[in-house]
Design a protein around this ligand. Structure first.
Ligand SMILES: NC(=O)c1ccc[n+]([C@@H]2O[C@H](COP(=O)([O-])OP(=O)(O)OC[C@H]3O[C@@H](n4cnc5c(N)ncnc54)[C@H](OP(=O)(O)O)[C@@H]3O)[C@@H](O)[C@H]2O)c1
Length: 263
């Protein structure tokens, strides 16, 4: 299948680790030049160096950016555009949600996390959109999460952060479709990043059981019987970025092995 991705350019926030890093490698494998945005330059430079080693033909820019810093976004986008010559694909992957119940989360944490997602994602898309409109295959992909559609009290922050991301995805899809830019969201279920390892460890400690048993318990409600891998999410991202997804716009697609109950 010709994805028409070779020679295109993608900007990825949260590219230093986890799902974003995996997306960077999956797009690079399709011949996509990359702007990698991250707060921690040691981590983002390490990812860039590994990618340059594996794909020496690609142009790869490592750009320092805390997406919660409103004033820093425009200059960071301009820097990456100057270095890479433009952008076709924006993947907003930076973020997460503090895990806890309502009474356990103080105001400053709500504000800190919301500043990254959805607020940072909104600003990042706003500043990148003028360049995406110049592309013949403009794509925006927002990383949301299944808790946006199925909120839960033990992870209360994941609900509004991810639902806000879905809402803005739909609004942006309506607005920018006529300019040829599609905007979609991916909703991963529990995914095997550093956070997952942490959760398995907590469960094992709480119940005094081996790690493998804790992981089995935590995936008991996943019909496919395992945790989501970052690569599962990256594969969908590549498809949504491709020419083949031209008529997929304003959608939110789960990658959760069927765990979500809603249709
Ligand atoms: N893992 C899951 O189970 C899961 C489930 C549903 C949805 N998601 C969503 O998927 C996305 C990626 O999750 P993940 O598990 O891969 O996360 P992760 O491994 O914790 O990595 C988070 C990434 O976001 C970056 N980041 C965080 N705050 C930032 C900021 N203020 N400015 C710039 N970058 C920032 C981090 O960069 P630094 O290196 O600078 O810290 C890192 O690259 C998130 O939006 C998350 O909500 C994840």
């Amino acid at each position: 299948m010709d994805l028409n991705l070779k020679g295109r350019t993608a900007f990825i926030t949260g590219a230093s680790r986890g799902i974003g890093r995996s997306i960077a490698f999956a797009l690079a494998a399709e011949g996509v030049n990359l702007g990698l945005f991250g707060r921690d330059m040691a981590r983002i430079n390490a990812a860039a160096a590994e990618l340059r080693g594996k794909y020496p033909q690609l142009r790869i820019a490592a750009v320092e950016l805390d997406v919660a810093d409103a004033a820093a976004i425009k200059p960071a986008v301009e820097k990456a555009v100057a270095e890479l010559g433009g952008v076709d694909i924006l993947v907003n992957c930076a973020g997460g949600a503090y895990r806890g119940r309502l009474a356990e989360i103080p105001d400053h944490l709500w504000e800190e996390y919301f500043a990254v997602k959805p607020l940072g994602l909104i600003r990042m898309t706003r500043e990148t959109m003028p360049y995406l409109k110049k592309s013949t295959q403009g794509r925006v992909i927002h990383m949301s999460g299944t808790r946006g559609r199925e909120p839960h009290g033990v992870q209360v922050m994941s609900g509004p952060i991810n639902l806000g991301t879905l809402s803005i995805t739909k609004a942006m899809a309506n607005e920018f479709g006529p300019a040829g830019v599609t905007v979609n969201a991916i909703c991963p279920g529990s995914t095997d990043t550093g956070r997952w390892t942490e959760l398995v460890g907590i469960r094992a400690k709480e119940k005094n059981i081996p790690l493998a048993e804790a992981e089995k318990e935590l995936t008991a409600d996943v019909p496919m019987g395992r945790v989501v891998k970052p690569e599962d999410v990256a594969d969908l991202t590549v498809f949504l970025a491709s020419a083949r997804a031209a008529m997929i716009n304003g959608c939110a697609i789960n990658v959760d092995g069927g765990r979500s109950r809603a249709i």
